[in-house]
Design a protein around this ligand. Structure first.
Ligand code: ZN
Length: 155
């Protein structure tokens, strides 16, 4: 059976988290929807009834909506709230959410006792009068391999 989720590294805070890779219904879902429709047909009418196709369509639509929502909701990082999909369309909103989340984490203080601390791997950013904002520190320049792994697995 195909894996529906996998562990990836967050592109922003570099912590590991789980994302769902399955975005849409597969053949197993179609089969399950058909079986459920047939079962419901025999429970309601006790014979073969063409109206059962409606149940099949409803079950399939529900499965599609559920799988879509599950995939979309697993994308934002639970540690730093970085959302790779939102980042593609609205960078400012992504930054606002990450700042809000990290401020919450700082104010909370519980991150100090956790093994997964989102503040631990953040790049140091300082203002340089010559060339504006520049990333520094160990996390500022990930290897090409790491970067590929992070980016390709998230969207
Ligand atoms: Zn993160």
């Amino acid at each position: 059976m195909m894996k529906i989720s996998e562990h990836v590294l967050c592109a922003f805070c570099r912590l590991e988290r789980r994302v769902y890779t399955k975005k849409s219904v597969g053949w197993t879902n179609v089969l399950k929807a058909a079986l459920a429709a047939v079962l419901l047909m025999f429970i309601i009418w006790q014979r073969i009834e063409p109206r059962a196709v409606i149940f099949f369509a409803i079950f399939l639509a529900m499965a599609e909506v559920f799988i879509r929502l599950r995939w979309r909701m697993s994308l934002p990082c639970p540690h730093c709230a970085f959302d790779p999909l939102l980042y593609k369309v609205d960078r400012e909103e992504t930054v606002r959410r990450v700042i809000t989340k990290l401020n919450q984490v700082r104010a909370d203080g519980r991150h100090l006792f956790k093994t997964q601390n989102p503040l631990e791997h953040l790049p140091f950013v300082h203002k340089n009068s010559n060339d504006g904002l520049r990333g520094q520190g160990p996390a500022a320049k990930p290897s090409a391999k790491t970067e590929n792994r992070i980016l390709s697995r998230q969207v």
